[in-house]
Write a protein of this length. Structure first.
Length: 84
């Protein structure tokens, strides 16, 4: 539900939070891409099962979002081809 206009403090807080999140995301990617342990099944066998399930769930959601984006692109391309 829409709120009223944001105050300057709220805008600043949102902007700072976005910067922190972007830095955390970048750091996480660098860690995953730079460490071959993450492709080692023995490593994942030692991870807490609840955390492992959360990771699997997040990866599944990301795959679904990627597929949805690809489908949208293909539908747009198909519509373009049908129109020509």
């Amino acid at each position: 539900m829409p709120r009223g206009p944001l105050s300057a403090e709220q805008k600043d807080a949102m902007q700072k939070a976005r910067k922190v999140t972007a830095a955390e995301r970048s750091s996480a990617r660098e860690t995953i891409e730079g460490n071959s342990q993450f492709t080692n099944p023995k490593f994942w066998g030692s991870v807490d099962p609840e955390l492992f399930a959360d990771i699997e769930n997040a990866m599944s959601k990301a795959r679904k979002a990627q597929r949805a984006a690809e489908i949208a692109q293909l539908k747009a391309r198909l519509a373009e081809l049908e129109a020509s």
